[in-house]
Design a protein around this ligand. Structure first.
Ligand code: ATP
Ligand code: MG
Length: 246
């Protein structure tokens, strides 16, 4: 077991190998508001890691700090050993870090095909092969698609860019269980087949523990504990009462 701690500190061991995404000692926030405090977290190639925690814990802020959209005031975030700090969000995306934000950030008046033309790279995945259910809707404006179809497109668009690291915020939000399982199993297959490092925020604990290999529990902007999903599952009632206020 990794640290069973009330106050996490020190370097975080990775799952299967060296970290593709390595967050170390990160403080970050909004203007004078410091949200993240000394966050250490890492994700290896082919691994899905869950970020769990109560509302306001700093989960979304952690993802935004990785994509260069929140200012990091201390510590470092490295992709393949090279710092991402002082790079623009655009430059970070070019280094193959893709982010599926909670609001999906799609363009309602563009079609599926138009979205795919904007993001496709020669070595990226074929979104319509990944989600064939989008085929017959490819000329529809995204604004008229169901929530599940929109999320497939948002995930597919990120994958089409051929990322090394994928950040996903609340992918299951508002979707039917059957669609959620579809999205997560596609993500799981790609993480393994493409050696993608995935960091996902997921409120539904059963999904977070089912699809990830490891997880971190964040509360009050600090990592409180982390471990393999088996370890977290075994300790879940203690984790809930200690950190999630349940
Ligand atoms: N743009 C912002 N300006 C100032 N404070 C912010 C901003 N966005 C978030 N915060 C604050 O940062 C803290 C962490 O927010 P964050 O969105 O990272 O939490 P979260 O863990 O993703 O929560 P949730 O589960 O509700 O999505 C909260 O106290 C929030 O109010
Ligand atoms: Mg959030």
């Amino acid at each position: 077991m990794t640290a069973t701690v009330s106050e996490h500190s020190g370097k975080t061991p990775t799952g299967s190998g060296s970290a593709v995404l390595d967050i170390s000692g990160v403080d970050a926030g909004y203007g004078p508001i410091r949200v993240l405090q000394g966050v250490d977290l890492s994700v290896s190639a082919g691994e899905i890691v869950s970020l769990l925690g109560p509302n306001g814990a700093g989960k979304t802020t952690t993802l935004l700090a990785c994509s260069g959209m929140v200012r990091v005031t201390s510590g470092d975030i490295r992709l393949d050993g090279r710092s991402l700090l002082r790079s623009s969000p655009h430059a970070i995306a070019r280094r193959r870090l893709a982010h599926v934000p909670e609001d999906r950030s799609l363009f309602p008046s563009l079609t599926i095909d138009e979205h795919l033309r904007l993001c496709a790279r020669p070595d990226g995945l074929d979104v319509l092969e990944l989600f064939p259910e989008l085929q017959k809707r490819r000329n529809k404006r995204v604004g008229v698609l169901s929530g599940g179809e929109q999320q497939m497109l948002a995930l597919g668009r990120a994958l089409a860019a051929g990322p090394r690291v994928l950040l996903v915020d609340e992918m299951s939000m508002g979707l039917a269980p059957v669609v959620v399982e579809r999205l997560f199993s596609a993500l799981q297959d790609i993480a393994v087949s493409a050696g993608l490092a995935v960091l996902m925020v997921e409120q539904h604990v059963h999904l977070a523990l089912k699809y990830a290999q490891r997880g971190y529990v964040l509360a009050g902007g600090r990592v409180r504990t982390h471990g393999t999903t088996e370890e977290l599952r075994e300790r879940w009632s203690e984790i809930e009462s200690s950190y999630l206020g349940r």
